[in-house]
Design a protein around this ligand. Structure first.
Ligand code: LLP
Length: 412
């Protein structure tokens, strides 16, 4: 959805140079078609198997993106009351919402119960007790899954690997059966499913398959013991291409590799993909402010910074950096840095890249997931706007913050 026509980079049918000139920079730009294609790749690949694709809201929670997915029929995986509020505001169906997360508060649980969500992915017995007591107070039954920790190494960045026992997530798979047994004592809970999520940005999906096998075995034992378990929630985690030439698993092929297992299990499948739906669908546009050289090091100073896209600083993540208009100058090797006063404020280091000049625009690729949502006002920088492109049309789905926005809620 992002490609060159001549020397100009387009998002769908919109030239990004025109867009950057109109909305200013930095700015996030998303392709609606790419988001929908990725969502439908999941949905269609399940075929006739009962399934719900619960988009992981944390990856990109803008109302414009959520409403696009809600209209396409998506369910949602949320991790906070705020995300639930967004889903409802965007027209999402609460009956297709699952609530994940290790630290849900009573207020959040109550909000989710009274909104009628489908299921809580619970991560401790204390949480089960809390959900039960609040459901009792509201005179209702709450569906739950236990998020089990299946002891599978996702082989990804340590900050986003979650399926080993040293991680804070889930309940040990070996203990899960006993926990489901004890949950029978709670009068207002119903064991809807079993869930797991072992990590993110997985370029090799085999650990997910390994986890699925373990979770399927557990579900079969639970059903044999009389628990009404009706779904398997396999979490998210499929990786995307951040580097040119990187080969991530194709969504369709991955889902098809689950078919055999899911047919045997005879349970509804839930998945919680975030990055693989929105990641490739977005870029961060920036303008070159200055070129400078310190000793032998070359710098491209741009108007986007770590407060806009923290992934390079936080995970040493690689994002391709493309010129919005290609020139014929010989390429350079440079650090692409922002205006924030930290050495960690870089978008790329020692990057062989287009020889761009002040005033030129750059596109930081694959910035649709964990981009805007992780942005901040650090250095009192207003947060960037977000633009949704649909064919030849585009609209601002979140306006650029103003200085007034920066001080909203504050007092002298
Ligand atoms: N389900 C659960 C319970 C999760 O914790 C996550 C992500 C997902 C689903 C969605 O995973 P995905 O399909 O997007 O991989 N900020 C990091 C990523 C953190 C992921 C946290 N959990 C990054 O920028 O790489």
């Amino acid at each position: 959805m992002f490609s060159y026509s001549g020397n100009d980079l387009y998002c769908e049918e919109v030239p990004l140079a025109d867009l950057a000139a109109r909305v200013g920079t930095p700015a996030f730009v998303y392709s609606a078609q790419c988001i929908l294609d990725n969502y439908r790749a999941y949905d269609e690949a399940f075929g006739d198997l009962p399934h719900t694709v619960c988009y992981a809201v944390k990856a990109n929670s803008s109302l414009g993106v959520l409403s696009l997915l809600a209209r396409a029929g998506a369910g949602f995986d949320i991790v906070s009351g705020g995300e639930l509020f967004r889903v409802l505001r965007a027209g999402g169906d609460p009956a297709r919402v699952v609530f994940s997360g290790v630290g849900k508060t009573a207020a959040e649980v109550e909000y989710a119960l009274s909104s009628g969500i489908h299921c809580f992915n619970c991560e401790s017995e204390a949480e089960l007790a809390l959900v039960d007591s609040l459901a009792a107070r509201l005179g209702m039954k709450a569906g739950f899954s236990i998020r089990v920790n299946p002891h599978v190494d996702a082989a990804t960045h340590p900050y986003i690997s979650t399926g080993l026992s040293q991680h804070k997530f889930g309940i040990e798979i070996a203990e899960a059966e006993a926990v489901y047994e004890r949950s029978r004592a709670f009068g207002n809970l119903s064991a809807e499913g079993v869930s797991c999520h072992i990590g993110s940005q997985m370029l090799d999906p085999s650990p997910i398959l390994e986890a699925v096998d373990k979770v399927m075995d557990l579900a079969a034992r639970l059903r044999a013991a009389g628990h009404p378990v009706a779904h398997l929630d396999l979490g998210g985690g499929l990786g995307i291409a951040y580097r040119a030439g990187e080969k991530p698993p194709a969504i369709r092929a991955f889902v098809e590799s689950l078919h055999q297992r899911l047919r045997v299990a005879g349970l509804r499948a839930l998945v919680e993909p975030g990055r693989s739906i929105v990641g490739p669908a977005g870029v961060l546009l920036a303008r070159v402010l200055y070129r400078k050289r310190n000793g032998r090091k070359e710098f491209v100073v741009v108007d986007a910074a770590m407060n806009d896209l923290i992934r390079p600083a936080l995970y040493k993540a690689h994002h391709e950096i493309l010129p919005v208009r290609r020139n014929t100058l010989p390429p350079v090797t440079a650090d692409v840095v922002g205006p924030v006063c930290e050495t960690g404020d870089f978008l790329a280091r020692d990057r062989h890249m287009a020889n761009v000049m002040p005033g030129d625009f750059l596109a930081v690729a694959a910035a649709g997931a964990y981009g805007f949502v992780l942005s901040s006002n650090y250095n009192s920088r207003p947060r960037a706007p977000e633009v949704l492109v649909e064919g030849a049309r585009w609209r601002v789905i979140r306006r650029r913050e103003s200085y007034q926005d920066l001080v909203r809620g504050e007092e002298v």
